[in-house]
Design a protein around this ligand. Structure first.
Ligand code: PGA
Length: 241
């Protein structure tokens, strides 16, 4: 694991964007594994700016997102489909036909997950996977568990994740309780992994990811076994490392 210590959120966002941009410049038809959440928004904004300046071109890029809530329509403002268009895809020249997100509208979990797994596998897995990290050490929606997950699957979100998400919904009962997520094994197939972390509420999870034992109780800890994993994190998130 390579750890890049950043001054603050802005610095972290620019460095994450630099790494993603380098990937796309070196391989214009890169397959990018993308993430939602508040952490990557600054990196997406930076990439949009560089795209507008003509420094990076997404015409041949394809994207594979980590996860999606079950039961939200793609145009629901809280869905990850909406998030990705709103925060990134609608502002760059990526072909929307080349953007992929688990289909939360399909309530047949087995079919929805099998379809997404087949898609990612057929693509030969992603070149670079961007990840945030949950306060409980989750990656995607792979929550602490007794075993590491494999392919795309349906998860019941933990109370801690539901509570963290509830800030985004007007009413507690609207917060989704289930999601489809890429599994840990699929994430580990990425040729490179870029973890972005910011803020003191991530400090324990970042410590456990980097220095703790490799355990499914801290899903991100498995990234210690990846041969090309880079962590970009600000001072607050690295306070315990
Ligand atoms: P956040 O979420 O970026 O909104 O903190 C990260 C995650 O839960 O993976």
């Amino acid at each position: 694991m390579k750890v890049i210590r950043c001054k603050d959120y802005e610095d972290m966002s620019r460095k994450a964007a630099n790494i993603i941009s380098a990937q796309v410049i070196l391989k214009p038809d890169s397959k990018l594994g993308l993430a939602t959440g508040t952490t990557p928004i600054g990196a997406y904004q930076q990439l949009i700016k560089w795209y507008e300046k003509g420094d990076v071109d997404f015409a041949e890029v394809s994207a594979y997102n980590l996860d999606e809530y079950c039961g939200l329509s793609h145009d629901n403002v809280q869905s990850y489909h909406y998030f990705m268009r709103d925060n990134f895809f609608d502002h760059i020249n990526i072909d929307l036909a080349n953007t992929h997100i688990p289909n939360g509208e399909n309530l047949d979990a087995e079919a929805a997950c099998a379809e997404y797994d087949a898609l990612v596998k057929e693509a030969g897995y992603v070149d670079l996977q961007l990840l945030g990290i949950g306060r409980n050490g989750h990656i995607g929606f792979n929550e602490p568990d007794d075993v590491f997950s494999k392919g795309t699957h349906q998860v019941d979100l933990t109370e801690s994740t539901i509570e963290a998400n509830s800030r985004l919904f007007d009413r507690a009962e609207d917060v989704p309780r289930q999601a489809y997520t890429m599994g840990v094994q699929t994430i580990m197939h990425a040729k490179m992994i870029l973890v972005a972390a910011t803020g003191s509420d991530k400090a324990q999870a970042v410590h456990d990811m980097i220095l703790g034992p490799v355990t499914p109780k801290v899903p991100a800890s498995i990234l210690q076994l990846h041969t090309n994993c880079v962590v970009v994190a600000d001072e607050e998130a690295l306070a315990l490392v």
